[in-house]
Design a protein around this ligand. Structure first.
Ligand code: 13P
Ligand code: SF4
Length: 334
């Protein structure tokens, strides 16, 4: 399979670019031209020379790529039904209902959607003068959003929202998790959090961190900000997948580091620093959707792209226009 993938890549040359998120498995990563976190990959799209972009990740990533693509670019996903569970926790119809309900009270609500959300949700952000953020720029984007209106609705990840609010100095009483049945908010709240979370990062518990602290006090702990705020508070550092990669790289030889994020990335780092640093998972936690993409899926999509029979990822016109506005606001602010 690898030989045929490489042969198609060679044949298509500059007309093809394969992008892969850091959580993809090693076989998939070996086929990619560019790897990155959500922000880095989104940023790259408009400047890519390739007309055909194959995005290995989950559906919101390929969708965002399709929204940001230029008119001559086409985006393909090897497994279009690989979906982010967290993104599914904020269905567009419900987000719209809540945003309209809060707006009807006269408050200027600024929706700020984590990139892990559907195109429909991003479009609502575009429509209500909000924006998109990623884990790599959440501080900057939330700070921007807080200056734009009376109240920010951060969605779908309550953990990233709270962790970011804390980074900016917000207190617990400034933030509240929305009750979706009764989305009334006290006037003191400046940051409303949608009650979504990532099932993969939910597996990391305080006890895991405390046990490591007891047994190996010199070990470092770095986690993704999708973890519960209690875990982030106990860790030495937290940040996007690329931040985690840089953090491990910056550690002295001989160091031990535990990582609280998706296991494919942790194992890749462990292999990379095998004789230099000890890299361990806080707990093994795989994203089942990120792991749906296999080498055979890349081969199949490349065959179809090469033959001109592949189905492109598309987002309907008005949704795409408004979602693009929200994504471009992010790229402009950052
Ligand atoms: P990054 O933006 O850090 O790459 O994370 C995306 C993601 O899905 C984390 O679960
Ligand atoms: Fe979504 Fe969590 Fe998987 Fe990231 S790790 S794609 S947030 S389910």
């Amino acid at each position: 399979m690898k030989d045929e993938i490489m042969a198609i890549k060679k044949c298509m040359g500059k007309d093809l670019c394969i992008l892969g998120h850091h959580y993809q498995n090693d076989q998939v990563i070996a086929c990619t031209d560019i790897q990155g976190d959500s922000l880095e990959l989104a940023r790259k799209i408009p400047d890519l020379e390739a007309k055909n972009i194959v995005f290995c990740g989950v559906s919101f990533m390929a969708e965002s790529a399709a929204i940001l693509a230029t008119g001559s670019q086409r985006v393909f996903a090897p497994v279009p039904d690989a979906r982010c569970v967290m993104a599914g926790m904020a269905p567009g119809y419900l987000v719209r209902r809540v945003v309209e309900h809060i707006s009807s009270s006269g408050k200027k609500i600024i929706p700020l959607a984590y990139v892990n959300s559907s195109a429909e949700v991003k479009a609502i952000c575009g429509q209500f003068a909000g924006a998109v953020c990623t884990s790599a720029n959440a501080d900057k984007m939330l700070s921007w959003a807080l200056d734009q209106g009376d109240l920010v609705l951060f969605l779908p990840d309550k953990n990233l929202g709270r962790n970011t609010g804390k980074n900016l100095g917000l207190k617990d009483q400034d933030m509240a998790i929305l009750n979706l049945k009764e989305p009334e908010l006290s006037s003191k709240i400046s940051l409303a959090l949608w009650p979504g979370l990532c099932a993969v990062h939910f597996r990391f518990k305080q006890d895991h961190v405390l046990k490591i602290r007891r047994e190996n006090p010199l070990a470092k702990i770095v986690v993704h900000p999708e973890c519960d705020p209690t875990i982030v508070a106990l860790a030495d550092a937290s940040g996007s997948t690329s931040f985690i990669i840089d953090y491990v790289q910056g550690l002295k030889p001989g160091s031990t580091v535990y990582i609280g994020t998706e296991t494919n990335l942790v194992h890749r780092l462990a292999a990379k620093y095998l004789h230099e640093k000890t890299v361990l998972p806080l707990v093994e936690s795989y994203c089942s959707n990120m792991n749906k993409t296999m080498e055979v899926d890349i081969l199949n999509i490349l065959r179809a792209v090469h033959a001109g029979t592949a189905t492109e990822i598309t987002v309907p016109g008005e949704t795409s226009k408004l979602a693009r506005k929200a994504l471009e606001t992010m790229l402009k602010v950052c």
